[in-house]
Design a protein around this ligand. Structure first.
Ligand SMILES: NC(=O)c1ccc[n+]([C@@H]2O[C@H](COP(=O)([O-])OP(=O)(O)OC[C@H]3O[C@@H](n4cnc5c(N)ncnc54)[C@H](OP(=O)(O)O)[C@@H]3O)[C@@H](O)[C@H]2O)c1
Length: 235
């Protein structure tokens, strides 16, 4: 797919990985809509990118938004969806563990309602996370949800062909999701990535390049592209 002139809708497109994808798609000439619950928070969107407000858990709102944007060529979701439970499973707050799956339900809504509004050559890209492949202690919820996202894509891709559905799996990425600042932030990333093959946090742009690759590549569907600095292979 030549992205130039194509209509792209990016849920979670106002921050971090989604914002980087918005910027790259816009730079390639796509007509991009960045969506989040409160897009007014986004201060650095490129000129020409429009914004819309929607919670990915609001099915009616999402269906309306997608219908208003149709026909859509590229649909991306990196919207985190809800809160995440971190910590040892045996001590885990079970409501928190269940709430972690809001990311899956948000992505499921994007695929379920978005497919209807996608062109036949259209492409959907979701964002999972490396814990789906290699879950460190305390990351049971991240690993379970990420694996569910990837399996949903493998299950649904054949059903929606010729429309395509793929997943990018990022490792530790430096985004506003991390509330720490300054030295504490640097130390946290250094500790989290010390045993990775590339021992640093990744940049949102490095993940966005994989999102664009999957949107453009007409021969890729039902697959996962890993951009994780070798987290999976680390000691
Ligand atoms: N950063 C990492 O290290 C990392 C690693 C592995 C996987 N990931 C995954 O990558 C994805 C993007 O992460 P990020 O680091 O780019 O996060 P981020 O910078 O916090 O951005 C999250 C985006 O999602 C939107 N969002 C959150 N909940 C939403 C909802 N219910 N409905 C609509 N929009 C919603 C946010 O905007 P509003 O607040 O305005 O809604 C924001 O635009 C997530 O799925 C995350 O799990 C991240």
């Amino acid at each position: 797919m030549d992205v130039s002139g194509k209509k792209a809708v990016v849920f979670g497109g106002t921050s971090g990985i989604g914002l980087a994808a918005v910027r790259q798609l816009a730079a390639l000439g796509a007509d991009v809509v960045a969506v989040s619950r409160d897009p007014s928070k986004a201060t650095d969107l490129p000129d020409g990118v429009s914004t819309m407000a929607c919670d990915v858990l609001d099915r009616d709102g999402m269906d309306e938004l997608l219908a208003a944007c149709a026909p859509i060529d590229i649909l991306v979701s990196s919207a985190t969806g809800g809160s995440r439970a971190i910590g040892p499973f045996i001590e885990m707050d079970m409501d928190g563990y269940q709430a972690s799956f809001d990311k899956l339900w948000g992505y499921a809504n994007v695929v379920r309602y978005g497919t209807h509004h996608l062109t036949d050559e259209g492409s959907i890209v979701l964002v999972s996370g490396t814990p789906a492949q290699r879950t460190k202690p305390g990351q049971t919820s991240l690993g379970s949800v990420g694996a569910a996202v990837e399996q949903m894509a493998r299950a649904v891709a054949p059903e929606i062909a010729p429309k395509r559905l793929n997943v990018v799996s990022p490792g530790q990425i430096d985004t506003p999701m991390n509330p720490l600042e300054g030295e504490a932030r640097d130390k946290a990333y250094a500790a989290a990535t010390a045993n990775h093959v590339i021992p640093r946090a990744g940049k949102p742009d490095e993940v966005a390049k994989a999102i664009v690759f999957l949107a453009e590549n007409d021969f890729a569907t039902g697959t996962v592209v890993h951009v994780d600095g070798g987290w999976i292979l680390g000691s």
